[in-house]
Design a protein around this ligand. Structure first.
Ligand SMILES: Cc1cc2nc3c(=O)[nH]c(=O)nc-3n(C[C@H](O)[C@H](O)[C@H](O)COP(=O)(O)OP(=O)(O)OC[C@H]3O[C@@H](n4cnc5c(N)ncnc54)[C@H](O)[C@@H]3O)c2cc1C
Length: 500
């Protein structure tokens, strides 16, 4: 018996309904459509996934489905590995097309995509993957002219699905296709990732409305103090865009953010424009970094510059545990970590400082912290995360060696210890000067009664140790030789400073 025809839309990190080429293309076929998101056990058990991500995805999908109701459309969810899913659907339907966005994910999602791609080839299914932003697949050469191309891409028209056509023709299958699944898998995952709405407090909430409110409030007024507050752990929470989880899971596309920012910028004064220009530069960095990872995903596991492979580290569980729990005895390090654990967010400077502290001051290999932080960042985006982590761990070789001084960071970014006192209740009654010099000055009688540790290592000794090794490495012929290759592949034209 002939199998009924079907077009598939596979949602991944593109959880939205506008500027969505996969929905657009599927609706244009005018064939029956099955839209779905897969909670894939093989991916969910990876060390970079946390309940916070699953919760955010579920909230996003709930929100999408609320919007789609009026178009008689729906995105179904299945707890199933992709390849099992496609096998089962293919038995019952003649799959005409598979549409999705092009994912720059971790090594597991890459392996999964290769399996799906082979399956599609074997079964004559055309899988069309759409670029999520200006990210080129298979790019192996240098990137001259990248900035101009990036700007042109951002200025192109967005892809708007004809939702009314989908509704008129009743294109979407509204009943979930029943699959034969191992019920135990679902049970195990539900236990690992129990979902109750609003279960986690203090976290940004997934969804189209929340994403829209975040853009609107940033471009309405929050941007005004963007540059001044970007490095400050407390103020950045209000004056940075806070769009990162929405961009990471695709509730809004980078192109949509770029175009809305650009149109707001047009009517602003010189100083307003300057604030938004800085923000736009970061949007470009985003794609710049994702492109690096797309071209060289081995950096999830390997040093970016392989000459650093010979650096010797001795794993110290007590150091790693103190760092993870926010009990290193360095107030700003610990406040940052505790804040991150509780809210899923930390600004750039404090993220960089946490990595520099783990890798330079505690002298631990970056690989011993990279997945832990991936789990904590609600906005975990593999393309940004692995490169940034290595940049802050100074294993690339072409950047200034980064060893942040946590004492100086307090003076620069939390001089009144507001952030520190908020996240380290043990220090609420400690005077500001005592916090500024915690562990440097010998503790007074009062300090010894506080249930907050003295520094786990001596800063100066650790700093000198790391500096000597890392500077020697950076100037070594081995690092420089690898650097030439890295530059050829990844460096964009330096002449152009602005990404606008
Ligand atoms: C070790 C480390 C790991 C990081 N991991 C991630 C990650 O997994 N996901 C993530 O989105 N960001 C990551 N960042 C970058 C940065 O810290 C966050 O993007 C930013 O703090 C998010 O806040 P925001 O949306 O308010 O940023 P804004 O300053 O408002 O910036 C707007 C957007 O630009 C992008 N962006 C901002 N800064 C950078 C940057 N330095 N590099 C690349 N893109 C940037 C983000 O998409 C961000 O949402 C990491 C930084 C470090 C040091």
């Amino acid at each position: 018996m002939a199998r009924p025809k079907l077009v598939l839309i596979w949602l991944k990190r593109d959880l939205r309904i506008s500027d969505h080429p996969a929905f657009t293309a599927a609706i244009q076929t005018k064939l029956p459509i099955y839209a779905f998101y897969l909670f894939e056990p093989d991916l969910l058990i990876q060390p970079d996934v946390d309940l916070r991500h699953v919760r955010f995805i579920k909230e996003s999908l709930m929100s999408i489905n609320q919007y789609l109701l009026s178009f008689r459309a729906i995105v179904h969810t299945h707890t199933c590995n992709a390849i099992d899913f496609f096998h089962q659907i293919n038995e019952r339907y003649e799959i005409q097309n598979l549409f999705s966005h092009q994912e720059t994910g971790n090594s597991e999602s890459y392996k999964r995509d290769r399996k799906v791609s082979a399956f599609c080839k074997d079964n004559g299914i055309i899988w069309k993957e759409f670029k999520p932003s200006y990210i080129m697949r298979g790019l192996k050469s240098g990137r001259m002219g990248w900035k101009d191309k990036w700007k042109s891409w951002m200025q192109e028209a967005t892809s708007e699905p004809e939702w009314n056509l989908a509704k008129e023709r009743n294109l979407f299958l509204r009943s979930a296709i029943p699959l034969n699944l191992n019920p135990e898998v679902k049970l195990v995952l539900n236990n690992k990732f129990p979902f109750k709405k609003n279960q986690l407090h203090n976290f940004q909430i997934g969804g189209l409305e929340e994403s829209e409110n975040t853009v609107a409030s940033f471009l309405g007024s929050r941007y005004k103090k963007y540059s001044g507050c970007i490095s400050k752990p407390e103020e950045s929470r209000t004056h940075c865009s806070r769009l990162s989880p929405y961009l990471a899971f695709g509730a809004i596309s980078a192109k949509q953010v770029y175009q809305r920012t650009y149109s707001t910028r047009t009517n602003l004064s010189y100083s307003g424009k300057k604030q938004l220009d800085r923000f736009l530069s970061r949007l470009a960095w985003r794609d710049h970094m994702i492109q690096k990872f797309e071209s060289e995903c081995r950096i999830e596991f390997e040093n970016f510059n392989l000459a650093y492979d010979t650096v010797h580290h001795l794993r110290k569980e007590n150091f790693i545990q103190a760092w993870q729990e926010g009990r290193t005895g360095y107030p700003l390090i610990d406040a940052s970590m505790r804040c991150l654990l509780s809210t899923g967010y930390l600004n750039f400077r404090m993220r960089a400082m946490l990595v520099s502290f783990l890798t330079m001051i505690l002298w631990q290999d970056w690989r011993w912290g990279v997945h832990f932080l991936a789990r904590q960042f609600l906005d975990y985006e593999p393309g940004i995360h692995y490169f940034q982590f290595q940049m802050q761990a100074s294993t690339v070789g072409n950047h200034q060696i980064r060893i942040y001084n946590p004492y100086k960071q307090i003076m620069d970014n939390d001089p009144n210890c507001y952030f520190i006192k908020q996240w380290i209740p043990e220090l609420r009654k400690t005077s500001i000067p005592d916090i500024h010099t915690w562990g440097i000055e010998s503790p007074g009688l009062f300090s010894t009664k506080i249930d907050y540790p003295q520094p786990i290592v001596d800063f100066k000794t650790s700093y000198n140790h790391a500096r000597d090794i890392m500077f020697t490495y950076q100037s070594s012929p081995e690092v420089q030789k690898n650097l030439n290759k890295i530059r050829k592949m990844h460096i964009v034209d330096r002449r152009k400073q602005s990404f606008r």
